[in-house]
Design a protein around this ligand. Structure first.
Ligand SMILES: *[C@@H]1O[C@H](CO)[C@@H](O)[C@H](O)[C@H]1NC(C)=O
Ligand SMILES: *[C@@H]1O[C@H](CO)[C@@H](O)[C@H](O)[C@H]1NC(C)=O
Ligand SMILES: *[C@@H]1O[C@H](CO)[C@@H](O)[C@H](O)[C@H]1NC(C)=O
Ligand SMILES: *[C@@H]1O[C@H](CO)[C@@H](O)[C@H](O)[C@H]1NC(C)=O
Ligand SMILES: *[C@@H]1O[C@H](CO)[C@@H](O)[C@H](O)[C@H]1NC(C)=O
Ligand SMILES: *[C@@H]1O[C@H](CO)[C@@H](O)[C@H](O)[C@H]1NC(C)=O
Length: 431
């Protein structure tokens, strides 16, 4: 009996706290989430979105993030790409002075939203749109919102203002800044561009660009519509669709939508049924560019894949492979650079005996040339590369021979060129 009463009291006192404390989306000042697998995130009223710590695969680290809460995949839609994942026991607190405060297990502050100062936060709110908002100040206005600090994803009703970029992650599971940017330009166009990692300084190739009809009225914001199109909001209050289409056959109210610059550089509008079944998954409604292998041609940077790698398009996604005689620099990153299995050397003159050439069709590495031979034929081209210790690869097409040096960039399969690649490799020492 006593046990039953204690049990009942326990049940009554805990249940409302856990289940009801936050199902209207409001987060009170003083609320804390600790990074662990069992901590409860803050939920939006519909519980479609959650804010908290996502455990990272294979590592005892957690990512401060917002994710889809009702689907098994828990896809992350927001994180801060300048802060590293945090160890177990780190905390996020809603504080009236500094807003959101992220601290490590030693109570060292790692990040906060102090730019709300001098206003004070009254409460937080996780909207059903996936936007986390800090409300406060003398007139209870929006002091900060996660929609204004996007990571790699735009959600429906989220706007991207001039000067703010979406930046890809390094890989599916590494949320550090990657090489691919979605940038909204002053002329009203949206461009996809690459940057060098980790400095993120140099602008490399623009590999996709929208074409708006009327650059004079260009406006300063774009928005992802609830039907999956991206529109420019013009200064004359009109909208111009710049990506996707307003007339889609997709039942958008039954699906979650997101536009993500993927770690492989393809900007994709994904949809996923809100009610998950066993085979539910994210599918693409549209994506750009059509062929990223051919669209990236920068005189700096490696191209869609790493240096010395070859990009082959498959269902509009880049597939990266090292040529024979080369292996991945980082075996866990097939999108990374490839290194030759030998150290090219000019020390010995016996080039012809040490090396041979592998022949590949329809492969090109534009822009790594250091010498052109014209006119040429296949046997002249082969000999020229074999006898030249600087030559790593020779491309033969249209009676020309291009000698190329390492590292090779922008490697791609291109069936329109009718090209042949001769790739130098070192013959094994054995007979
Ligand atoms: C949400 O719930 C909290 C605590 O129960 C309450 O103070 C707040 O007014 C509610 N907010 C809304 C928008 O209903
Ligand atoms: C961190 O701060 C909390 C609350 O102020 C305190 O209880 C805890 O002991 C502190 N931890 C460390 C490692 O200083
Ligand atoms: C939540 O989002 C909707 C749609 O954008 C908006 O109308 C509403 O004002 C937002 N709620 C708050 C508290 O900002
Ligand atoms: C992500 O990649 C960066 C750069 O390659 C690396 O420094 C960092 O440790 C990686 N992060 C994780 C969590 O593996
Ligand atoms: C490129 O991929 C296609 C399949 O999408 C495959 O048939 C073809 O052999 C690949 N080309 C090379 C050179 O790997
Ligand atoms: C290639 O060109 C060289 C030099 O012009 C010539 O001697 C040779 O016969 C040509 N080979 C073929 C296969 O045409």
């Amino acid at each position: 009996m006593a046990y039953a009463i204690i049990h009942l009291v326990f049940f009554i006192s805990l249940f409302p706290l856990n289940a009801l404390a936050q199902n209207n989306g409001t987060v009170a000042v003083g609320s804390i989430i600790t990074a662990s697998e069992t901590s409860s995130p803050w939920l939006s009223p519909s519980q479609d979105f959650a804010f908290g710590f996502q455990p990272l695969k294979d590592k005892d680290l957690f990512l401060l993030s917002i994710w889809y809460n009702k689907i098994p995949e828990k896809t992350v839609v927001w994180y801060v790409n300048t802060i590293d994942p945090v160890p177990r026991g780190s905390k996020i607190e809603l504080n009236s002075d500094f807003g959101l405060v992220l601290s490590d297990p030693q109570n060292q502050t790692l990040w906060n939203t102090e730019w709300i100062l001098p206003d004070r936060v009254d409460h937080g709110f996780l909207n059903d749109t996936g936007n986390f908002i800090l409300i406060g100040g003398s007139d209870n206005r929006r002091l900060w919102e996660s929609f204004k600090l996007p990571a790699d994803t735009l959600l429906p009703l989220q706007e991207l203002e001039y000067g703010i970029d979406l930046i890809s992650r390094q890989s599916e599971t590494n949320f550090s800044r990657g090489r691919f940017y979605v940038r909204f330009q002053r002329d009203g166009n949206l461009v996809l561009t690459t940057k060098s990692v980790p400095t993120n300084v140099d602008d490399d190739a623009v590999y996709y660009q929208t074409k708006i009809s009327d650059p004079l009225n260009s406006g300063y914001r774009i928005i992802l519509n609830s039907n999956g199109a991206i529109s420019l909001l013009k200064t004359n209050n009109q909208e111009e669709v710049i990506l996707g289409s307003l007339s889609t056959s997709l039942p958008t109210s039954e699906n979650y939508l997101r536009a993500t610059i993927d770690f492989d550089g393809v900007f994709t509008l994904y949809y996923h049924p809100k009610i998950s079944t066993a085979n539910s998954k994210w599918s693409a409604l549209w994506s750009v560019p059509d062929n990223i292998c051919l669209s990236i041609t920068g005189d700096k940077g490696s191209g869609a894949c790493g240096f010395n790698s070859i990009c082959n398009i498959t269902n509009q996604r880049p597939n990266c492979e090292c040529p024979e005689g080369y292996t991945l620099l980082d075996p866990n990153n097939k999108y990374g650079s490839c290194i030759p299995n030998f150290t090219p050397s000019c020390a010995k003159v016996e080039q012809l005996e040490l090396y041979d050439l592998l022949v590949l069709k329809d492969i090109d590495w534009p822009l790594s040339d250091y010498e052109q031979i014209y006119p040429s034929n296949e046997s002249v081209c082969r000999q020229a590369c074999l006898q030249d210790c600087f030559c790593a690869v020779a491309i033969f097409r249209s009676n020309s021979c291009w000698k190329k040096k390492l590292p090779l960039s922008n490697g791609r399969v291109d069936t329109t060129l009718n090209a042949k690649a001769f790739i130098k490799y070192r013959k094994s020492a054995a007979p």
